[in-house]
Design a binder for this molecule. Sequence first.
Ligand SMILES: [Zn+2]
Length: 312
Amino acid sequence: MREDLPIIEDARRPARREKNAGEEIRKSGAPPAGGRPGRRRGKPGPGGFHRTLIRRKRLLLPFLFLAAVLFFLLPRWFRGCGAAETEDARGAYRFSPRESSALPDREEEGESGVPSPRPIPAEEQDPLLLVNRDHPLPADYVPETAALRYGMASSRLCLDDLQDMMDDCRAAGLRPLICSSYRSYEKQEELYRNKIKFYQDRGELPSEAIRLASRVVAPPGESEHQTGLAFDIVDEGYQLLDEKQERTKVSLWLHENAVKYGFIVRYPPEKTSVTGIIYEPWHYRYVGKEIAEEISSSGLTLEEYLKSGREE
Ligand SMILES: [Zn+2]
C-alpha cells in the first residue's frame, strides 16, 4: 500500500491537471504517508478488510484511467520521430487514396481563406534544388505532393522511387519507417517558434532563445523538407534520431541502396562544415537516380556537386 501511493500520485500528474490542482490531490486525496503503515500492521477491525478493498478499488480506478489515457496518447507523443508507420510492417508501403484526394482541398485554400500558392507540378520541380541557410526557400514554394500514410506527404516527383525503395527495403525483411517528410513553410515556422518559446520559457533572452532554437530546428525556408524531396527514415526497432541510427539494419541497407532509387545521404559525418548540418544518418534527399550515383561515387555533398558543375 505504502509503495503504491507515490506511483499513483506521480502518475496522476501528466493527466492534464493544473500543477496546483495536482498538489491539492496529493494533500487531500491521498492519506498521509506516515498514517498508514501502523494501521496496516495492526489487526483490521470489523469491516476493515472490506474498507481496504474499497480503498484499493478507489486507488485502482484512477490508475486504470491513466493507463488508458497513456495508451492513446503515447503513440502521438512519440511522433517526434514518428510512430507514423508502425502498421506498415504488416503490409506494403501504400498510400491511402482517401488521403490523396483530400490533400488538394487543403492546398487550394488556407485556413484564413487566402488562396494558397499553386503547387509546383512534379515535372517542373527541380530535383537538384539547393536549400540551406544561404539558400532559403520562399514561403510560397509549395511542391505538388501526394499523401502518404499517417499524415506524411511526398513530392510527386519522387513518389514512385520512394515507393520502390520502401517496398524493396521491406522485401529484404526490414522495417523502415518514414518519420518526417514534406513540411510546409508554415509548419516549419510553427516548429521554429515553438522551439524559441521553449527556450524563452526556460528564462533565456529572446536573442539567445533564437540562437539556441536555430541550432535544433531550421528556420522557416531553410529546411529541405519543404521541397517534399527529403525524408527522415529510421528503423522501426530504433526510432531515435541520433548517430546510433546508422548502425540499424534499415540504415545499413538504405546507405547502401538508396542511391539506386535516386536518394543520397544528405548530411554525411565528414561534411558538416560544408552542409552546416550535423551528421544525420536518417535524412535522405531525392536528387534523381543518375545524379545520386554521381554524387555518391564522387563523395561530394549536394553543395559541392552543384558548385563543381558551375565551375566547369
Ligand atoms: Zn530531415
